[in-house]
Design a protein around this ligand. Structure first.
Ligand SMILES: *Cc1c(COP(=O)(O)O)cnc(C)c1O
Length: 394
């Protein structure tokens, strides 16, 4: 038997569920790249990015995935031989650091682990030792998609300030923008990067970088600038320069529609929706965990992300569980990656997601845990429902 036929739900932490209106917005012929609609679409997307990043700084659009935005960010503000401090927390910050290393940047990793957030006190302590100012930039992710940790970006900013250090503050918001509070200007973030396919509800293939005046000043003397990523070239008069070539037209139509949907909901309302959905997932997992066979990867509740939840299975192979959910019930959960590879699963609650999608996913998971005799306290779905009801009463 199978009950998978119907609308399938992709509950992996990127790419995420794309709204039908966004898909439909891309279904149109190509148009002129020199004038008219497309120029307006570019202006709308660049401006929407400022609203979503919460910045008055410059925004840039790249026909690239998140790795492209990483390279764009590094190459525009750094020179060969510069040193950066990478704040490890899970997988992605060190991935960004590896890219910097390949580019000839000296990379120092402030060690962290897969189960907790960056410690701002350790950041302050390390930066205080760098009285010569050798560290040119600090790299961190807001949400690490592998571990499902959320780092406290304002506290890390405060740590840099407390050390009196002038390093650029560069933040990866790929798995958090549009899902949790992010305040580029208020938190004095110099460079921020994100991608289209997570909280921004678009297909993969576009990525975005925002730069404040400090970053733009550093850019003037950066030695790693190459033409494709170059902010100066993209700041030029011609529309063609904004993309350093033919604009990815259809993706821009899609992203513009996704911004319309997000901004019509309101950014704060979207953050609140994600917070409620995350609380529902966490309530279910906490209940199931009482039986001792599974647990949250992130040990402290306050450090759990609003967009994705990583669950560790102690003595069971997650593969049959994920297969059952996928093949029989039509919900595709995320595998665990990096050091957690094969140890559990990830539930994404990011982007175009609502209460029935989350409740359906949790219901399927609870049934599958039972079928496979993976010990779990019953009532996870009930706990999620009660969490929802409490939020609805407010
Ligand atoms: C997905 C992700 C990336 C990488 O993005 P790609 O589009 O896969 O290149 C980087 N950082 C974080 C936090 C992510 O979630």
């Amino acid at each position: 038997m199978t009950v998978a036929n119907g609308r399938r739900f992709l509950s992996i932490p990127g790419p995420t569920n794309v709204p039908d209106e966004v898909l439909a917005a891309m279904h149109r012929p190509a148009i002129d790249i020199y004038k008219g609609d497309l120029v307006d679409t570019t202006a709308y997307c660049l401006d929407s990015l400022k609203r979503v990043f919460r910045t008055k700084g410059n925004t840039y659009i790249y026909a690239a995935n998140g790795h492209g935005a990483w390279e764009a960010a590094l190459s525009n503000v750094l020179s060969r031989g510069d040193k950066v401090l990478v704040l490890e927390s899970g997988l992605f910050a060190t991935g960004w650091g590896e890219m910097a290393d390949v580019m000839g940047i000296e990379v120092e990793i402030l060690p962290g682990d897969i189960r907790s957030a960056v410690d701002p006190a350790a950041v302050e302590q390390r930066l205080r030792q760098d009285s010569a100012g050798e560290i040119k930039a600090v790299l961190v992710v807001q949400v690490d998609t592998a571990s499902s940790v959320v780092n406290d970006i304002p506290k890390i900013r405060a740590a840099i300030d407390a050390a009196g250090h002038g390093a650029l503050f560069m933040v990866d918001a790929i798995a958090s923008l549009g899902t949790m509070q992010f305040e580029m200007d208020m938190w004095e973030i110099d460079v921020a990067v994100t991608g289209s396919q997570k909280g921004l509800m678009m297909t993969p293939g576009l990525s975005y970088v925002a730069a404040n005046p400090r970053a733009l000043e550093r850019h003037k003397s950066a030695g790693l600038v190459t033409r494709y990523w170059d902010w100066t070239f993209r700041n030029g008069e011609l529309h063609y320069q904004k993309y350093c070539g033919t604009p990815p037209e259809h993706m821009l139509f899609g992203q513009a529609k996704a911004f319309e949907i997000l901004l019509a909901e309101g950014l704060e309302a979207a953050w609140q929706r994600h917070a409620i959905l995350a609380a529902m997932v966490q309530a279910a997992v906490a209940k199931w965990a009482e039986a001792g066979a599974l647990e949250f990867n992130i040990t402290k509740a306050a450090e759990r992300a609003g967009s994705v939840t990583t669950v560790v299975l102690k003595d069971h192979d997650p593969a049959p569980l994920l297969d059952l959910c996928d093949e029989k019930c039509g919900v595709t959960l995320g595998i665990t990656i990096g050091p957690l590879d094969g140890n559990g699963f990830r539930i994404a609650h990011m982007g175009h997601v609502n209460a029935p999608m989350v409740l359906g996913t949790l219901g399927v998971l609870e049934a599958a845990l039972g079928v496979l005799d993976i010990p779990h306290a019953p009532g996870g779905v009930l706990a999620a429902t009660e969490t929802l009801a409490a939020a609805l009463k407010d």
